[in-house]
Write a protein that binds this ligand. Structure first.
Ligand SMILES: [Zn+2]
Length: 183
């Protein structure tokens, strides 16, 4: 493969790595025992992101710009179950996340039944044909059912300052629709 690998953001590179795949373990995928389940996001980690305004990928505090990643529907509604990320971390997720990077990757369905785990529509078997990164200044994190064990968070970004879109090629690889302007 000749596709260029984007440089990994330092905070993401510093994350513990999954031994089997050699990939950094995203903050929201880290299980309570420090292992990884790439197929599911952990509700407790998502709550921490909401309460402490952390990046869902590297787990460090968010800065000026916040990126949300999901399908076109999520972008239109501006409602997400996955926390926002640093824009660099979101871009890395498009390349690294086995679920996103390849169209034909399939999750093991049994993961979806595990307790304490959320599988939002961006993580179901019917994954989006296109991925939209919406970049905004701020968002509201609405904790749903905060007193129950099944508490989850609805992330509601403010209007996007900018959006970027990726589609799958015929070979099933993700490519950006319009390349970003050079800085
Ligand atoms: Zn990050």
């Amino acid at each position: 493969m000749n596709r260029p690998e984007p440089a990994l953001p330092a905070a993401l590179a510093a994350r513990p790595h999954d031994r089997r795949r050699g990939l950094p373990i995203p903050f929201v995928n880290e299980t309570p025992d420090g292992e990884v389940d790439f197929a599911a996001i952990q509700a407790s980690q998502v709550l921490r992101c909401a309460r402490e305004r952390l990046c869902g990928s590297c787990g460090q505090p968010l800065a000026w710009w916040v990126a949300f990643l999901g399908g076109p529907e999520s972008a239109t509604q501006r409602a997400y179950l996955d926390p926002g990320m640093h824009p660099d971390c979101a871009e890395a997720a498009l390349t690294l996340c086995p679920h996103i990077a390849r169209r034909h990757h399939r999750r093991a369905p049994e993961h979806r039944l595990a307790a304490g785990v959320i599988t939002p529509d961006t993580m179901t078997e019917t994954k989006p044909q296109r991925w939209v990164m919406g970049i905004c200044r701020d968002y509201e994190a609405r904790i749903v059912a905060p007193r129950s064990a099944q508490a989850h968070v609805l992330f509601l970004p403010r209007p996007f300052h900018r959006t970027r879109t990726w589609s799958y090629t015929a070979a099933g690889h993700l490519t950006e629709d319009t390349p970003p302007r050079r800085r």
